[in-house]
Design a protein around this ligand. Structure first.
Ligand code: IMP
Ligand code: MG
Length: 170
């Protein structure tokens, strides 16, 4: 498969630091619960959390929307529930990429039903072209118009997650 670098590891690192700084200042005096959405957000999540300077708790939720193609199936399967109590907690959902918006819309609803104090969304990539649901990305790493990308947690058929940079498939 032909691919070329779209976002280098250096640019990712800088942007992750910016997001972490912003979160640390917005949540000063609070201790938010950061929930990473498995599996795509794991590397972003680990890097982000380690740059945050205020106390945080971490948890994970598992969601799967893709079969083996580049098109979203539209059906969201919950593969792991959060372990933490969410009631009255400030929650930040951390996602790799927002595409149609169906996954996040579904997960926000699931989390809202547990009465958190607030929910914000942090996404490494906001991909605009195929949006079907309005999603408010409070902390956004990079916006791209379209294309299919892999690396830094993002997969094609479960492959390429381990690449340190983000590539666009040609
Ligand atoms: P949505 O429900 O359509 O917003 O899809 C979100 C999920 O689709 C992400 O968490 C990714 O797992 C996957 N996805 C969407 N676009 C891409 C891409 O360009 N590369 C890799 N995965 C993608
Ligand atoms: Mg995926």
């Amino acid at each position: 498969m032909e691919k070329e670098i779209l976002i280098s590891r250096e640019r990712i690192r800088e942007r992750v630091k910016d997001l972490a700084r912003q979160i640390s200042s917005d949540y000063e005096g609070k201790s938010p619960l950061l929930i990473g959405i498995l599996k795509g957000s794991v590397f972003f999540f680990a890097d982000l959390v380690r740059e945050i300077s205020i106390p945080v708790d971490i948890d994970f939720i598992g969601a799967s929307s893709y079969g083996s193609q580049m098109e979203s199936s539209g059906k969201i399967r919950l593969t792991k529930q959060v372990d933490s109590l969410l009631c009255a907690r400030p929650v930040i959902l951390v996602e790799d990429i927002v595409d149609t918006g169906l996954t996040l819309t579904h997960l926000v609803k699931t989390i809202e039903s547990n009465s958190p104090e607030s929910i914000k969304i942090c996404a490494l990539i906001d991909k605009l072209e195929r949006r079907e649901r309005t999603v408010c990305v409070d902390y956004c790493g990079f916006q791209i118009e379209k294309g299919f990308i892999v690396g830094y947690g993002l997969d094609y058929n479960e492959k390429y997650r381990q690449l340190p940079d983000i590539y666009i498939i040609k």
